[in-house]
Write a protein that binds this ligand. Structure first.
Ligand SMILES: Cc1cc2nc3c(=O)[nH]c(=O)nc-3n(C[C@H](O)[C@H](O)[C@H](O)COP(=O)(O)OP(=O)(O)OC[C@H]3O[C@@H](n4cnc5c(N)ncnc54)[C@H](O)[C@@H]3O)c2cc1C
Length: 505
């Protein structure tokens, strides 16, 4: 069991010591959410100026037409209702976020609260699961056309089919709370250990395998099926997909969510479980200036993904074991290459489906709108990445076999490069929280821990019946620090201790 394994990692140390000893995960030990000191603004106050100097408060009370939250034939309308913010420039989004009014719910939460979660990646899904454990119902909204999961996506190309994990490749475990979840997924046959060889591949073909511990986990049949299965046994979670929440409006003590004008329901509390441009736009005129301000501090890298299927196995450097995944070093266009066919099916038969990721530096240099990649850019990027694979494997120029299928994709908002290092953010006056990988780091474990932390925080807040909001404000003004790790995220316990490793070339 993962939790047992974790406790046996270093018998002389406590789990907290162990977590602190992991260079990129030290912030996970702070999962107990510490409340911030809010200004003493009473929930019942009629007029209020929030802690953000330029923000004022929009009181949302149960009394219809109390003069503060006008109604429009029963439709939610905030006092400062403006035209849709979509399609506006980043500058105007920033301006709006700073000047918008703070919403302030001024009466007790309903008796059977319902949480709306916007985003069905690891963070949003674990948040929903953890809310259910606290007896709280939720609805998860996600844009995914093919399934849930966000950046834990798997692409299946018919008719063969070809299968590629096209974002998260595998994960490691360092925190006992995550270990408990992972044990459960193992028991339910949702994941298994990746037994194949993974290592570092230096330009020219020098391969250094990583130690087998800590264990590396993968979704059975890929990451997306894991995401889709996570909520299969829940009874208090609804999923709405594909659905792109485009507006949040506070009215009559509830959050009203809509997709391009189509109502999607009303919720006592909302969770923003996504990030990047889309979240900034959604928050720009929502009545949550403190949350919007924190979200805007987040910086994200861009990574190109090349999905390539080859008829024959790739030529592995002589003397190296037949590896299934490699962090590539010394090549500008490639930071990772992984063989999905071997990883998922332990088969060395054709086709050989490889996922190849660029470095963040290459992503930045070649950034274009991800929804509309010019053909010339796609061709240039694919050529550069295949040449990078060739160079990494130490093959003569032009000798790499041509893939019979290939596709490039840009993850424009790939991985966080900075973080507030706090498990979640919660604004009790606005009854809204944020979870996501970036709150703690840049991997699936951080995302899961953040979702869990926010769910428990909301559970505690709801148990308090919404009173004493000042005790429940967290993360609203934490500073951000930069995040270390691989270009495709952090893998706790996988630091290369070259002296302990065998070299092959
Ligand atoms: C190329 C790449 C490789 C990676 N490799 C690894 C790895 O090997 N191991 C690892 O641990 N981590 C890896 N990561 C990081 C990992 O994938 C993320 O840390 C994790 O998936 C983040 O989960 P999340 O729930 O915070 O966000 P997301 O997965 O981004 O989920 C957010 C979800 O919200 C949805 N959404 C957005 N806006 C809206 C809206 N308005 N309405 C409704 N839904 C909305 C999105 O479609 C998405 O599904 C990788 C990431 C990338 C990009």
């Amino acid at each position: 069991m993962v939790s047992q394994l974790l406790s046996s990692v270093s018998p002389s140390k406590t789990m907290t010591d162990f977590v602190h000893s992991l260079p990129c995960m030290s912030s996970l030990s702070s999962l107990i959410v510490q409340p911030l000191k809010l200004q003493q603004n009473s929930l019942t106050s009629a007029t209020f100026s929030s802690s953000s100097s330029k923000s004022s408060t929009l009181i949302c009370s149960s009394k219809p037409n109390n003069g503060r939250a006008p109604m429009d034939g029963g439709r939610p309308v905030s006092r400062n209702r403006k035209k849709s913010s979509y399609g506006t420039s980043r500058r105007s989004i920033l301006k709006k976020s700073f000047t918008q009014e703070q919403v302030n719910f001024s009466f007790p939460v309903t008796h059977d609260p319902h949480v709306g979660i916007i985003g069905g990646g690891m963070a949003g899904l674990v948040c929903a699961l953890s809310l259910e454990k606290r007896g709280i119902k939720s609805t998860v909204f996600d844009t995914g056309n093919h399934g849930l999961g966000g950046r834990m996506g798997t692409r299946k190309i018919d008719p063969q089919p070809l299968i590629f994990d096209h974002a998260a490749q595998f994960f490691t475990v360092s925190d006992p709370r995550f270990a408990e979840l992972v044990d459960n997924w193992l028991e339910n046959g949702l994941i298994r250990q990746w037994q194949g060889t993974i290592g570092e591949l230096e330009v020219g073909g020098q391969f250094v395998p990583l130690p087998s511990l800590p264990p590396k986990y993968i979704g059975i049949n890929g990451m997306r099926p894991l995401a889709d299965a996570l909520l299969s046994q829940t009874r208090m979670v609804s999923v709405v997909r594909p659905c792109w929440i485009s507006r949040l409006e506070p009215f009559n003590g509830m959050w009203h969510l809509s997709e391009n004008g189509k109502p999607c329901g009303q919720f006592d509390v909302i969770v923003i479980a996504h990030n990047g441009k889309c979240a900034n736009r959604l928050l720009a005129s929502s009545g949550l200036p403190l949350i919007a301000r924190q979200m805007k501090k987040l910086e994200l890298s861009s990574i190109w993904a090349l999905l390539a299927a080859f008829e024959d196995p790739l030529t592995i450097p002589s003397g190296a074991p037949p590896f299934e995944g490699a962090f590539v070093k010394g090549v500008d266009s490639v930071s990772w290459m992984g063989n999905n066919t071997m990883k998922l099916f332990s088969e060395n038969n054709s086709p050989h489906c490889w996922t190849i990721f660029s470095t963040a530096a290459f992503g930045k240099k070649n950034k274009v709108p991800q929804e509309n990649i010019p053909r010339a850019t796609a061709e240039k990027v694919e050529t550069a990445m295949l040449e990078g694979v060739e160079a990494a494997l130490g093959l003569p120029k032009g000798s790499l076999q041509k893939p019979f299928y290939s596709r490039v994709q840009l993850w424009g908002a790939a991985l966080p490069t900075n973080s507030p290092g706090i498990p979640c953010i919660f604004d009790p006056n606005g009854r809204a929280g944020i979870c996501g990988d970036w709150l703690l780091g840049s991997n699936l474990e951080s995302a899961a821990l953040s979702g869990m932390a926010l769910a428990n925080h909301i559970g505690d807040y709801l148990q308090s019946c919404g009173g004493r909001p000042e005790e429940f404000a967290v993360g609203l003004d934490n500073e951000f620090h930069s995040i270390e790790g691989h270009d495709i995220g952090q893998f706790s316990g996988l630091d290369m201790e070259s002296k302990q490793l065998q070299h092959f070339n």
